[in-house]
Design a binder for this molecule. Structure first.
Ligand code: TRP
Length: 361
């Protein structure tokens, strides 16, 4: 069986460092292993519209931002197909058929959907399109016969829903769809990178993000305003690592080679952590180190982004080519799905013959 990776993001804002450690970095590494027969990276504009129906301009503006962030991180259109969800009408058709295989109560139990309904104050009036987006996500994944879906933990319920649809479809209509595997981030810090205020998650509305395209001065300001251990007041005080955003970021971003480069007094992160816990290590010193680490990680990304920004029509062209290729793949799956469901009337010579027989008697 072919190895196919698919994943994507809603274009509702620029991508931030949470996206980077949670998924983007891994995608690029996987892309560069050369292990995959095909890689599809989707800008999920249709999904973004399910809760932004009255703000299409926001989605429209952010498509290019996300595409630039992808390219800046090292996704390479020669190796990965970058495309826009709404340009693949086959995904809507698949969704429509999959809807028959899912119950309303099953979607209601989806914890991510539940949380999002609350966040968006949709309790009293949930748009039907929003409610069914997990089903459309199953279409996204199966249309490309994805075997590997690298996403954050919050997407786990979507993958479970997809797997159920795959099993149900295959048991009702015969073996057709490919069962995908989720690939979660490797460490806890990457899985749930908090905002700079230490709040659960980075979000634009909370103003606690560090964006991938952030300028050096702003990165520095944000690092120096980061939430640490509020009980660690004097340098001599022992410090706590749990809930200490600066250390969570170091867990997510620090590489061994940054110690000799920026903080040669310590051999590694464990030594730094031990000193902090013991007392005698000030927040400023750790923040200065984190700032150096983040600057080193983000500089090449920011510079590559600026290069791509010089030729915006070329970026749209990449998305157009990618969407054309993606549509071909989805159309092939849709043909197979319709054949399995026996709604391919005009290609089904057997059906036509059988009906001919029936009326000949
Ligand atoms: N739900 C994803 C997000 O919130 C975006 C997405 C849409 C996606 N379809 C997908 C991710 C298919 C992985 C696979 O960003």
């Amino acid at each position: 069986m072919k190895k196919i990776m698919l994943t994507g993001d809603r274009p509702t804002g620029k991508l931030h460092v949470g996206h980077y450690v949670g998924s983007l970095k891994r995608r690029v590494e996987l892309q560069n292993t050369g292990d995959f027969d095909d890689i599809y990276i989707m800008i999920a504009d249709a999904q973004a519209l399910t809760d932004n129906a009255d703000n299409p301009e926001k989605v429209r503006q952010n498509i290019i931002e996300v595409a630039l962030d992808y390219l800046a991180c090292g996704l390479d259109p020669e190796k990965s197909t970058l495309f826009i969800q709404s340009q693949i009408p086959e995904l809507c058709e698949l969704t429509f058929y999959y809807m028959n295989l899912v119950t309303v109560s099953r979607v209601q139990r989806n914890p991510t959907v539940k949380a999002e309904i609350q966040q968006r104050n949709f309790e009293a009036s949930i748009p039907v399109g929003f409610f069914t987006y997990p089903i459309s996500q199953a279409a996204d994944i199966t249309a490309f016969k994805a075997t590997t879906v690298p996403v954050g933990e919050d997407q786990m319920p979507m993958l479970e829903q997809t797997k159920e649809i795959v099993h149900k479809f295959n048991s009702v209509y015969g073996e057709t769809l490919v069962d995908p595997k989720i690939l979660l981030p490797e460490n806890e810090a990457c899985m749930r990178l908090p905002g700079i205020d230490g709040k659960a998650k980075m979000s634009k509305s909370l103003g606690n993000c560090i964006y991938l395209s952030e300028e050096p001065e702003d990165i520095k300001k944000k690092v120096f305003s980061m939430f640490t251990d509020p009980t660690h007041i004097r340098i001599e005080d022992p410090g706590k690592l749990e809930g200490n955003t600066v250390f969570t970021y170091l867990d997510a971003f620090c590489r061994p080679e940054y110690f000799p480069e920026f903080l040669p007094e310590y051999a590694n992160l464990d030594e730094l952590k031990e000193h902090y816990k013991r007392g005698g290590l000030g927040d400023m010193k750790v923040k200065r180190f984190l700032n150096n680490v983040l600057q080193a990680e983000l500089e090449p990304i920011r510079n590559r982004r600026k290069e791509f920004q010089k030729d915006i029509p070329a970026v749209y062209e990449i998305l157009k080519k990618g969407s054309e290729k993606a549509e071909k793949a989805a159309a092939e799956t849709l043909r197979e799905v319709k054949a399995a469901m026996k709604i391919n009337y005009f290609d089904d010579q057997e059906l036509i013959e059988a009906q001919k027989e029936r009326f000949a008697q």
